[in-house]
Ligand binder design. Structure first.
Ligand code: SF4
Ligand code: SF4
Length: 450
């Protein structure tokens, strides 16, 4: 059964928070949507996969469609991805497949799960809801490849990723999970430097780390790229209190952050300018009383797309980062979003306010790096991997190996606690386990092992 294969292979959503795929697909849906938008600037991983593994992706989409009982299985990708579309259409024709192609406009964030559901189905996911609330399941391109491998009995041990941004030669790599990102950058000719900023994922929604922090970062099941940012101050993130202080003194309540917020434009009650206004009384921080405020609680339905912060705000303020901090506080306080399950209507002027992707890239200062379109993929091996036991939503896995154990590539090394949401973890190289902690398993390749 497909769900068992997917569980045994440790497949999680490769494009986001790493939700376990065997749980996501355990439902009945009308639409199975494969997200091929890859809407973050400078990432090329999914486009590469669509061009080179179209048959596998279409086959996996069919399997997921069967599993969910979806009447329509749709791969949604940007209108201008011509080569990718051709490859997928050829695969569909060759297989006589019922999988459909849907063309998305080139706007940001076309790949946001709720945007893609609206574009494909015309249905709006209710505030605080998930796609299945309107009969849809969304999975991404890299996950499809992992599902195909899982159906063939192969666990998820390797990742394709883009190494790009401010480097001489952006490239695509296939690497074992657990390899250090420093090694990936060196393979692309960039020597990591303490003073530089790097982003894990795309420049809008990815996680920014400094050169010093980068040393501790490794490729996980959800890594889609590592970008080197140009040497400019705006790519560094201030502390929360600094952000609150700036909001208090500089927010002019112009409303642009709300006007352009993609979730607000879907009709959701998220209004970042109101949250920023409340920061005026935040004083030394956001306290428990503030967390009871309905405007503040709406931060829970922010998708952290970054439009407000990196594109809309004329004062260089950080609504997205403040929302993210509030979301963490709401979670810690056990305050859940009061969803009523009622779908909203997109605002009538939404079409005129969506942001063309090239404008966004120019606004965030990355237009110079747009022309690179890497098409070759280099396979990288690792002498050592540090495999995190939590690469997914849910509980961390528990290590099944001890120091000194010999493991082979693909061997099971971690399992979530009985009954907990999570995913299995496998070794990505053959070698000897040299360290086991609550967080990770370190494996070193033995001389002579492949
Ligand atoms: S766009 Fe910036 S200045 Fe305007 S309301 Fe939003 S946070 Fe305040
Ligand atoms: S990050 Fe900003 S623009 Fe994006 S959903 Fe959240 S509030 Fe809206």
């Amino acid at each position: 059964m497909l769900l068992d294969d997917i569980f045994r292979a440790g497949v999680v959503g490769c494009g986001g928070a790493g939700f376990p795929t065997h749980v996501k697909l355990d439902c009945h849906a009308e639409y199975m949507i494969i997200n091929g938008a890859e809407c973050e600037p400078l990432l090329h991983t999914d486009k590469y996969l669509m061009r080179h593994f179209a048959g596998e992706i279409v086959s996996a989409a069919e399997l997921c469609g069967q599993q969910t009982g979806a009447g329509r299985v749709i791969i949604a990708l940007k209108d201008y991805y011509h080569a990718e579309k051709e490859a997928l259409q050829a695969a569909i024709a060759e297989r006589g497949s019922h999988v459909e192609i849907f063309s998305l406009k080139n706007y940001y964030p076309a790949g946001d799960e709720q945007m893609i559901v609206y574009e494909v189905t015309g249905r709006v996911v209710p505030p605080g809801g998930i796609p299945i609330d309107v009969g849809a399941v969304v999975s991404n391109i890299a996950t499809m490849l992992a599902v195909r491998d899982a159906a063939d009995g192969h666990p998820l041990t390797h990742k394709y990723l883009t190494v790009g941004g401010d480097i001489p030669q952006p490239m695509l790599l296939r690497v074992p999970a657990g390899i250090s990102l420093t090694e990936c950058l060196r393979a692309a000719g960039h020597e990591p430097a303490a003073g530089r900023q790097y982003v894990l994922g795309g420049p809008m929604m990815g996680r920014y780390v400094s050169g010093e922090q980068l040393e501790r970062e490794v490729v996980t099941k959800t890594t889609s790229g590592i970008l080197v940012m140009p040497e400019r101050a705006e790519y560094t993130m201030p502390e929360l209190q600094q952000m609150i202080n700036r909001a208090r003194s500089a927010c002019i309540q112009c409303h642009y952050c709300t006007d352009l917020c993609p979730r607000h434009l879907l009709g959701h009650p998220l209004e970042p300018h109101r949250i920023m206004r409340k920061m005026a009384v935040a004083g030394t921080g956001i306290d428990d009383e503030m967390l009871q405020d309905p405007d503040i609680q709406n931060a829970a339905i922010c998708c952290e797309c970054g439009v407000c912060e990196r594109y809309a705000c004329p004062m260089g303020l950080a609504p997205r980062s403040i929302n993210a901090a509030i979301r963490r506080m709401l979670g810690a306080a056990g305050i859940r979003y009061r969803k009523d399950g009622i779908s909203t209507e997109p605002l009538p002027f939404r079409e005129h306010r969506i942001i063309p992707a090239p404008s966004l890239t120019a606004r965030i200062g990355l237009a110079d790096y747009l022309s690179a379109h890497p098409d070759d993929c280099t396979e990288l091996t690792a002498e050592q991997v540090r495999i995190p036991l939590k690469q997914h939503a849910g509980a961390p896995a528990q290590a099944l190996v001890t120091e000194g154990s010999r493991v082979t590539e693909g061997q099971l090394i971690g399992r979530p606690p009985e009954g907990a949401l999570g995913a299995l973890i496998h070794s990505s190289i053959s070698g000897v386990v040299t360290q086991v902690t609550a967080d990770s398993v370190v494996i070193e390749r033995e001389v002579g092992s492949v």
